[in-house]
Design a protein around this ligand. Sequence first.
Ligand code: ADP
Ligand code: MG
Length: 284
Amino acid sequence: MTTQAASGPGGLAVRCEELVHIYRTGDLDVVAVRGVDLVVEPGERVALLGPSGSGKSTLLAMLGGLLPPSAGRVWVGDDEIGGMNERALLRLRAQRVGVVLQGAARNLLQYATPADNVRFAHRSLPRSRRRAVLPPLELLDALGLGPVANHPVPSLSGGEQQRVALAVAVANGPGLLLADEPTSQLDHHGRDAVLDLIDTVHDRFGTTVVVVTHDPEVGGRLGRTVTMRYGRVGQEGRSGEQFAVVGKDGSVHLPDELVVEWPPGTEVVVERDGDALRLLRRPR
Ligand code: ADP
Ligand code: MG
């Protein structure tokens, strides 16, 4: 564990090298993540975009140590988490990484109230760090959950549970926040409250943030976008500008609208023209 993380806040870097995850279900293997290279700098905020089934949730779960890589390597801060045992991973999540899984209810203790859920997360911190983080009730208030703080979790709406899950994930003032579609059940007020809290946490703790989302507004507010397609990173966006990413095998993902016009298997000639490349479709 790094000295910086042990003593308090600070954003954690994330690095993946040729990261692969294969789900083995009976006779069938599903390659959900097929060779992802990705670097997220400490304190950077990234939106993970891409169509359903492109591997976003699988990648996020590997970054949080909730799914083991089938191949490749992944680091959070100085720790290579692919090789860590379950106990070390639990400690990492309790103290330095906040995770919101897809499907709000999965993140919460259903028999406890929102206030207790957040307090439990808070309590797993060493005493020296508890004073530095946001108090549980303040966190719930920031998300408009003050009035339901002491209600049973199952009586809350999906959107309320989703916000409680975020409050739990940031209760430890994490160095890395991983959130899988944290605004999918929220109206624009709820979404803004979530984004504002992510900003607060980022400003206060230097937190690195990776958020899976379908909402372009969320992508726009986080600054950097990484778009997945078929288990690979196909596109990066920075400050609104989009870039295709050259893969290890030299492949480049075409923009979606071109894939319709030029379906897989289309043969092209690649011509060099100074710094530019020209793709010419072979006439049919
Ligand atoms: P996304 O979050 O982008 O929608 P996922 O990471 O959930 O994508 O899924 C990527 C691929 O892995 C999909 O083809 C999906 O059907 C498959 N998949 C996801 N979870 C499982 C699982 N538990 N068992 C088998 N296949 C899975
Ligand atoms: Mg998903």
